[in-house]
Design a protein around this ligand. Structure first.
Ligand code: GRG
Length: 303
């Protein structure tokens, strides 16, 4: 039941992405509103490379759980995946993590060159907001909900959110691990973009303050646990399953939970956070069945 529903959400996201970002063969477009082929191809290369689609799935699932209109949530879900994909493309660049593989294939800059990888990321980020705003304009009766959803996404992806976390992550390389810094990096680099879909769904569906608080707590716990697991997978995971190299954090001198407190304590901390995440959504009762399935599935992930 959970797996089928997850696949249904993924299909919905991928259909929406196809609709919003169609292919083009125009090398030098003659009409307005058509992007050049190379730009379009490099954006599609990473966006359609088959990630897990966790963030857009969370947005659709939260909207369903809150009794919202899924139709209104489709474009925001696709936009969030565009933002996530831009962050991966830029994170893989030589000036950041300098990675060769992502989602089981060569990274964007390995295929299109650094210049076009930067543009593919910029393009996805900008287009995401174009899609969000275009979608908001289609629902004048729920404009407030859509504006607050777009603001929550911009805020969590932005200079006090994911970008802030990435900034501290970058400037903390080769430093002695420090719990406070690491907490900040994970809360922003990872947890913020997992909380964003929950908040966006809450605003679109008109959730109560109590429900918003519960979803914020759930997003935070899921985000930190997800990042601890990611750090653990880099130490002991299978590169073939992960679709990227392992052992890179230590090689780069990254600040991670295993580096701070060792593998066993990191595992225990992640387990506690997954429990706390489940507790956070208990206020939704039966309606949270998919979120509970999500947490159960994620806490044992291998990729
Ligand atoms: C460049 C502003 C900027 C931010 C980059 C995404 C990111 C922030 C860094 C990537 C490195 C990293 C370990 C980030 C933590 C979040 C994370 C584990 C991302 C990978 O997300 P998944 O596992 O990937 O959902 P897929 O490919 O399945 O979408």
């Amino acid at each position: 039941m959970y797996r089928e529903q997850y696949s249904r959400y993924v299909s919905l996201v991928e259909e929406t992405i196809e609709k919003l970002l169609p292919k083009t063969e125009a090398v030098c477009p003659k009409e307005e509103g058509v992007m050049p082929q190379l730009l379009c191809e490099s954006m599609r290369y990473s966006l359609l490379a088959g990630g897990k689609r966790i963030r857009p799935v969370l947005l659709l699932a939260a909207c369903d759980m809150l009794g919202g209109d899924l139709e209104q949530a489709k474009a925001p879900a696709a936009a969030l995946e565009m933002i996530h994909t831009y962050s991966l493309i830029h994170d893989d660049l030589p000036g950041m993590d300098d990675d060769d593989f992502r989602r089981g294939r060569p990274t964007n800059h390995k295929v299109y060159g650094v210049g076009h990888a930067i543009l593919a990321g910029d393009g996805l980020l900008n287009y995401a907001y174009e899609c969000l705003l275009g979608n908001a304009a289609q629902y004048p009766e729920n404009l407030q909900g859509h504006v607050l959803a777009a603001k929550a996404i911009a805020n969590r992806a932005g200079v006090c959110g994911m970008i802030a976390g990435q900034s501290l992550d970058l400037s903390s390389e080769h430093m002695e691990p420090d719990a406070e810094r690491l907490g900040y990096i994970h809360a922003h680099k990872t947890a913020d973009l997992l909380t964003a879909p929950l908040l966006a769904a809450a605003y679109i569906a008109g959730a109560s303050e109590e429900q918003i608080d519960a979803l914020r707590r759930f997003g935070y716990c899921v985000g930190i646990a997800f990042q601890i697991d990611d750090d653990l997978l880099d130490v002991e995971g299978d590169a073939a399953l992960l679709g990227k190299q392992t052992g890179m954090d230590a090689q780069r001198g990254k600040m991670t939970w295993p580096a701070l407190m060792g593998v066993e304590a990191s595992r225990a901390r992640s387990a506690r956070l997954w429990d706390e995440a489940e507790e956070a959504i208990s206020i939704f009762g039966e309606r949270a069945w998919f979120m509970r399935g999500f947490a159960a599935q994620m806490r044992t992930r291998k990729s």
